[in-house]
Design a protein around this ligand. Structure first.
Ligand code: G3P
Ligand code: MG
Length: 306
């Protein structure tokens, strides 16, 4: 059938008008959309050394430790991640009432311990009296909340870390908030080349960069603080050394924008093998998973396929 026959001059006019308005719409929405910059304006601090390194360019990261198998952010979860040959462990850091950095994810202790209320209202001693394992399973009854220092002592020379600083860890009322404390601890144990900091809080990140520019710090992409900036603009503005992002937001286009800059891209939290494989094929540099053993297997299979 010759389709052209079916267009009257009237429908041609309607089509042209439609095309004009659609183009105008695209043009104006394009003006407001995120930037397509690919040019990095600063030098990246080197990515931390992988002490356990399976030799490919992809990093298997245990999210909150091997948190699919043991209570998150506790020492048993760290031990398991180590046994599973994770190449990096991610932990979350909060501050106790008396200002000690501890490993914990939530603002409140209700779901992950036998206590109630805000973590920031507990002194270290009170936090360490909580049971942080029985919510997970009977096997872990009596597991306690570790301090960041305890983790660093355990990990020194043994495991590379992504230390995520939670927004709630910033505490103005304390003489020293979280940033100088975590920097001092990393320096105390001489682990600047074994740690990467990250935060969803762009002010915390900026202060970390100011205090210790040689300890790498990745931005955890957060839409509201980023406005309509593209990923490289966000990285440039914060002088970040890495781009950590949710799989929900990480598009093919962002991969193409970030790739030429060599900014390390780490994606959270992926627990499905199929999705891990897809992201690895897309070219991301690392994935956070609650199941580092599954991720390691998928990575080996994907990266050894010609
Ligand atoms: O650091 C990656 C990931 O842990 C960020 O999200 O909420 O699991 O700490 P969340
Ligand atoms: Mg985290």
């Amino acid at each position: 059938m010759n389709l052209r026959r079916h267009f009257s001059s009237q429908s041609t006019l309607k089509l042209s008008l439609g095309f004009f308005f659609a183009s105008a719409l695209l043009f104006f929405s394009g003006c407001q959309s995120e930037s397509l910059t690919t040019k990095l304006t600063h030098e990246l601090a080197p990515f931390p050394e992988l002490i356990i390194d399976n030799g490919d360019d992809f990093v298997v990261i245990a999210h909150r430790g091997a948190s699919g198998y043991a209570p998150e952010n506790t020492m048993p979860a760290m031990e398991l991640a180590y046994e599973m040959s994770a190449e990096m462990i991610e932990v979350d850091v909060m501050l106790s009432r008396d200002g000690v950095p501890v490993l914990f994810h939530d603002a409140k202790v209700d779901e992950l311990t036998d206590g109630t209320g805000y973590l920031k209202d507990y002194s270290l001693e009170e936090l360490q009296a909580l049971d942080a394992g029985s919510w997970f399973s009977e096997e872990y009854v009596g597991t306690t909340i570790p301090t960041l220092e305890e983790l660093l002592v355990w990990a020194q020379g043994k495991m590379t870390l992504n230390v995520e600083i939670k927004t709630e860890a910033f505490r103005e009322e304390l003489e020293q908030s979280v940033e100088p404390k975590v920097v001092a601890l990393v320096e105390k144990y001489d682990m600047a080349n074994q740690v990467i900091f990250s935060s969803f809080d762009y002010q915390i990140l900026a202060r970390l960069q100011e205090l210790a520019p040689s300890i790498p710090a990745a931005v955890l992409y957060e839409a509201v603080q980023s406005g309509r900036k593209g990923p490289i603009d966000v990285v440039n503005e914060l002088q970040a050394d890495g781009f950590n992002c949710s799989w929900r937001l990480y598009s093919e286009q962002w991969q193409q924008l970030l790739e030429p800059s060599a900014v390390p891209v780490l994606i959270y939290t992926v627990n499905e093998a199929e999705q891990m494989a897809e992201l690895i094929q897309r070219g991301v540099n690392g994935i956070f998973s609650d199941y580092p053993d599954v991720l390691a297997e998928v990575a080996t299979a994907e990266l050894s396929t010609p």
